[in-house]
Design a protein around this ligand. Structure first.
Ligand SMILES: [Zn+2]
Length: 47
């Protein structure tokens, strides 16, 4: 499943919308992004 392309950011980890450029939240919560992935996984539990 981790090999699937993220529909939001195309695996770039970055999403662009009307308000600007953001880190892809979907990738963040799934731990797909390298940066602070452990911390993110912990925060995922709270969501
Ligand atoms: Zn993404």
């Amino acid at each position: 499943m981790e090999n699937e392309k993220c529909p939001d950011c195309n695996n770039t980890g970055i999403v662009k919308d009307a308000s600007g450029v953001h880190t892809c939240f979907k990738c963040l919560v799934s731990g797909r992004l390298d940066q602070h992935s452990e911390k993110i996984r912990e925060s995922k539990i709270r969501l």
